[in-house]
Design a binder for this molecule. Structure first.
Ligand code: XUL
Length: 543
């Protein structure tokens, strides 16, 4: 292996993944550490701790610190640490980490003879961190939104309506319920910047990819918004990290990494970012608004590069910054694979059978509709789980259930992304669900677009490594493009493709088609619209 390698770390909900690449794409190494199985002492389920109130979902940052040390041990054992010249960090978005005054001193004096966790376990003013699955801040969202002049104004200012899982509302809740601990908090950061801080031995800045997911920044001027901070908690600005608008080297690795693991003192660390902005890079989508991505994982996300901020009229979805200083859209659906799995398991199906059912059953499901909120949902906002079947059908019909859950998820994706502007020419599907041909086919018909999978392994961790390579190489005067860097990692040969079929598209897009009906069903179930009974009956007659 060459000596100019780049390391990408992705601290996701369930695991820490690291990838090591050489910038020509000739080499790719990967290693993952699963939190539940590796660190049982933290009693996580899927990497998180769900409280008695299921809307409260936290994780213990000490577990992440242990995983980081263990990942570095793996790298050292593979003789890779000495070959790495740049590091990038990706992390699950929105989770906030609360540090005391003492943290700065402790981080800058880490002793290579001891473990990270031994030395840092006391740096937290809040013992556990709320993560993106937490939806317990409905009240705080309402308060912030009211102070900022309503959902529309909050969205235009911060890129999103006040959102339960975002750090701003979470900070407000912490300040309201634990004011003494808030006072003891010297810094509040996000997971990506926290992990970066551990690598450089001091507080790291935040990037706009992650930082815009807080309801605290003014996305047009790219600075923390005084009005949003004021609406959130007192004296917040001095507690927030610096906000960087594009990839920047934020420091060299700390003495701890040099002495303990053998990294070169000159190894650069770039600003960390969220997993979705990193995946955008891993999938080669920087500068490509014509291709969108769907990640079918624990949650489903739909995202794409969208430098034009004028497409803002909406009540769902978010704008985040990108590695190149532009913007992307993202819409997150919490009932992703978990909801599909509920149906699969309830009827004792394998994923292969699930996929085959999708391929052989008719588009439109003969008007049998499901509103699949097995968990509280983010898009649209549903705080209490509920699964509702409309169109008069038997709840034990296996085939109808499989198609209903998937059609509902894909139609919700289509409808809630209306605001993102021009529809894409192609959609790339990644993560676990991309193996499922039935799912790919349903996406192709509902979106009326060609759908393709890329065998990009761990697109977020890969994205973090590519960001490091791009930033460090350009800083050294080598003009490398995003496209040239990402291309070798996209093994298109093994990609699966699903093509849209005009007849099936019509079933969804016809003026009496299923998309309009699903929209009415959603409004009805959320108590914002009339019973769509007659529309469904008409659909059943016509299709
Ligand atoms: C995005 C979001 C999730 C997390 C999961 O807004 O909440 O995709 O980043 O990793």
């Amino acid at each position: 292996m060459a000596d100019n390698l780049y390391l990408g770390l992705d601290l996701s909900t369930q695991s820490l993944t690291i990838v090591v690449i050489d910038p020509l794409g000739k080499d790719f190494r990967q290693h993952a550490i699963n939190f539940d199985s590796q660190y049982p002492v933290y009693r996580t389920d899927g990497g998180v701790i769900i409280a008695d109130d299921p809307t409260v979902v936290h994780a213990d940052p000490k577990m992440w610190i242990e995983a980081l040390d263990d990942a570095l041990v793996w790298l050292q054992n593979k003789n890779l640490t000495t070959k790495i010249c740049g590091i990038g960090v990706s992390a699950q978005q929105h989770g906030s980490v609360y540090l005391t005054q003492a943290a700065a001193e402790i981080l800058s004096n880490l002793d290579p003879a001891r473990s990270l966790v031994e030395q840092t376990h006391m740096i937290f003013s809040r013992p556990t961190c709320p993560v993106w699955m937490d939806s317990s801040t409905h009240r705080e969202c309402f308060e912030i939104s009211q102070t900022l002049g309503g959902a529309g104004k909050t969205t235009v200012l911060t890129g999103s309506a006040a959102t339960e899982r975002f750090a701003g509302p979470q900070i407000r809740k912490f300040w309201k319920h634990h004011p003494e601990d808030y006072v003891k908090t010297a810094q509040i950061t996000l997971i990506s910047a926290f992990v970066t801080s551990l690598l450089i031995g001091r507080a790291a800045p935040l990037d706009a990819g992650d930082g815009y997911g807080m309801n605290l920044a003014d996305i047009r001027s790219g600075i923390w918004s005084p009005a949003a901070m004021e609406a959130t908690a007192p004296d917040l600005e001095k507690r927030l990290p610096q906000l960087l608008l594009k990839d920047t080297i934020v420091g060299k690795v700390s003495n701890y990494l040099v002495e303990k693991y053998g990294f070169h003192r000159e190894t650069d660390v770039i600003v960390g970012s969220g997993d979705n902005p990193c995946s955008l890079v891993g999938l080669g989508l920087i500068g490509r608004p014509d291709i969108h991505a769907i990640s079918l994982g624990t949650s489903d996300t739909y995202f794409g590069y969208m430098p034009d901020l004028s497409a803002q009229k909406r009540s769902t979805g978010h704008i985040f910054g990108t590695a190149d200083g532009n913007a992307m859209f993202l819409i997150c659906f919490k009932n992703g694979s978990l909801a599909r799995e509920q149906i699969k398991d309830r009827f004792g199906l394998s994923w292969d059978e699930f996929s085959k059912i999708l391929l052989r059953t008719p588009a439109g499901n003969r008007g049998r509709i499901m509103l699949p909120y097995f968990l509280p949902e983010i898009t649209p906002l549903v705080l209490e789980p509920k699964v509702i079947r409309l169109g008069e059908w038997a709840a034990d019909d296996v085939q109808a259930n499989v198609r209903a859950v998937v059609e509902a998820q894909v139609m919700a994706m289509y409808l809630h992304s209306n605001w993102t502007g021009k529809r894409p020419q192609r959609i790339i599907v990644t993560a676990g669900g991309s193996e499922n041909e039935g799912l790919l086919n349903t996406i192709a018909q509902v979106f009326g677009t060609e759908v393709q999978t890329f065998e990009v392994k761990d697109s977020a961790a890969l994205g973090a490594a590519l960001r490091a390579a791009h930033c460090c190489q350009n800083a050294k005067g080598k003009a490398v493009t995003w496209h040239a860097l990402a291309e070798p990692f996209q093994m298109q040969k093994s990609a699966k493709v699903a093509h849209p079929d005009p007849q099936q598209i019509d079933i969804y897009h016809n003026k009496n088609g299923l998309l309009g009906i699903y929209k009415a069903c959603e409004a009805f179930v959320l108590e914002q619209g009339a019973d769509p009974k007659e529309k469904i009956a008409l659909f059943k007659k016509q299709f």
